[in-house]
Write a protein that binds this ligand. Structure first.
Ligand code: ADP
Length: 465
């Protein structure tokens, strides 16, 4: 968090060096015995020469495993701080680039800088972004990632046993890492950092309270008891929120009440955030924006009331609420075109994912709506509504499941192409809405339609499929 990263054109100025890192083990609380393991790593720097003479193996890299906010970054900084060495950091998601070769050259630059400024700790956050098992992703995106990973392996091997540059990486998914990464001499030491226990939470609260004007009788146990499941980052937040509360009330000490209130606020915020990373918010926003933007092209579905990606009770993803009461029914059924439009809307998230992220980086967020689209398409054909098997009597022509599936497939493909066409023509609108959703989490009807008016290219009437 602290220490601005300096970027200049001059190659002599290290890009990845974090200046002013002044973290000590005493700033990291609630870790129990884990701290001993990290103190040992400090010794690789301070006693490296002695270790080497005695033939004690210095690890290639250390993998800190655990959920976001438990203090992995803080710990890596503390290792550098305690050893008095430079701290270089990068998030592996920065390695992953669309341009072939960029990721690999960043890895090389990072290690080159670290070597020139040794002794140093190199910290790689979100290692899984680049360290996923190779070959799982096909195509050029996969090739780029493989090249980056290979370069990282080369760099790790280059430092084996030297002990003047030690790599610490963080991940929440050690299980999906490429086996080559965890081979001896590479990330051969895994340290698991769990969420803090009750006592751990008390300790963390106290560490963050050190620099704040706390009342003498603050009941840390009470605060720790009601923050079960929270991590260090959230506990640090509670102290900050409590301090703001105090200042707002014109008082000079933070009380237990301030902390309890702050814990409630943090808890609510936590429910809002879950474990979502910025990337996840963007994917969710893309999902919902795609449905809304496609829907607004269709007369029966254009009445969009509300779009949200804020998690609600029982809902993992976001949703788009469409007011349906004006929908035209024919003979007690949704019109044929309405059904097709509906399928098109449900398949839109998949189309958006392909357009924005490419075939190589598809998420699975759209799986649920794509399933809806698939079963709706099948019902459509079974109900005798398709072109080929039109009318219920003709429906029996399709006596083989295969025929029905083929026809449903054809319908789905048409809907998919249509969704893609609409989204391509509304790229700018999509980008603006995704942006707004990520920022605000929800858009009202008015907000949505204002954007549609300004940036949208919307059909007045749907074309027949
Ligand atoms: P991670 O890298 O695991 O996502 P961070 O190290 O970035 O977590 O933690 C974010 C902030 O939360 C830290 O800068 C610190 O203020 C606070 N924090 C997290 N864990 C701890 C801890 N164990 N002790 C003290 N503070 C912590």
């Amino acid at each position: 968090q602290s220490g601005a990263r300096v970027r200049r054109a001059n190659s002599k100025v290290p890009q990845y060096l974090e200046r002013g890192v002044d973290v000590k083990f005493s700033d990291v609380a609630g870790l129990g015995k884990i701290r001993l393991e990290l103190e040992e790593i400090v010794k690789f720097f301070t006693l490296g020469e002695m270790y080497r003479r005695r033939g004690i193996k210095i690890p290639g890299g250390i993998l800190l495993c655990g959920p976001p906010g438990v203090g992995k970054t803080l710990l890596a900084k503390a290792v550098a701080g305690e050893a008095g060495v430079n701290f270089f950091s990068i998030s592996a998601s920065q390695f992953v680039e669309i341009y072939v070769g960029v990721g690999a050259s960043r890895v090389r630059a990072l290690y080159q800088e670290a070597k020139e400024n040794a002794p140093a700790v190199v910290f790689i956050d979100e290692l899984d972004a680049v360290g996923r098992e190779r070959g799982l992703i096909k195509g050029s995106g996969g090739q780029e990632r493989d090249a980056t990973l290979n370069q990282l392996l080369v760099c790790l091997d280059g430092f084996e046993g030297r002990g003047n540059v030690i790599t610490i990486a963080a991940t929440n998914r050690p299980d999906i890492l490429d086996p080559a990464l965890v081979r001896p001499g590479r990330f051969d030491r895994k340290i698991f950092i769990p969420k803090p226990s009750l006592i751990g939470r008390i300790e963390i609260l106290k560490v963050h309270a050190r620099k704040k004007p706390m009342a003498d009788d603050v009941d840390y146990m009470a605060v720790a008891s009601m923050t079960n499941g929270m991590v260090g980052a959230e506990l640090a937040n509670i102290i900050e929120i409590a301090a703001i509360n105090m200042i707002r009330d014109g008082r000079s000490e933070i009380t237990t009440d301030d902390l309890l209130q702050a814990a409630q606020i943090e808890e609510r915020g936590m429910l809002d955030k879950k474990d979502r990373r910025p990337e996840m918010w963007k994917r969710l926003a893309l999902n919902e924006a795609a449905m809304a933007i496609v829907a607004v092209n269709f007369p029966d579905l254009k009445n969009i009331e509300f779009i949200t990606i804020a998690p609600r009770a029982g809902r993992e993803l976001g949703y788009v609420r469409v007011k349906m009461d004006h929908i035209k029914f024919t003979k007690g059924m949704l019109s044929r075109q309405s059904l097709i439009d509906h399928i098109t809307v449900q398949i839109a998230p998949r189309a958006a994912d392909e357009i924005w992220f490419g075939e190589n980086q598809l998420s699975t967020i759209w799986a649920e709506t794509a399933d809806n689209a698939r079963s709706a398409a099948r019902s459509f054909v079974l109900g005798g509504l398709s072109e080929k098997y039109h009318g219920l009597s003709n429906f029996w022509v399709a006596d083989r499941i295969n025929d029905i599936d083929l026809e449903a497939q054809r319908l789905l493909n048409n809907c998919y192409d249509r969704a893609k066409e609409i989204l391509r023509r509304n790229k700018e609108l999509m980008d603006v809405i995704v942006d707004q959703l990520v920022q605000k989490k929800s858009l009202t009807k008015q907000e949505f339609f204002r954007l549609v008016e300004e940036y949208g290219h919307v059909d007045q009437m749907p074309k027949n499929i």
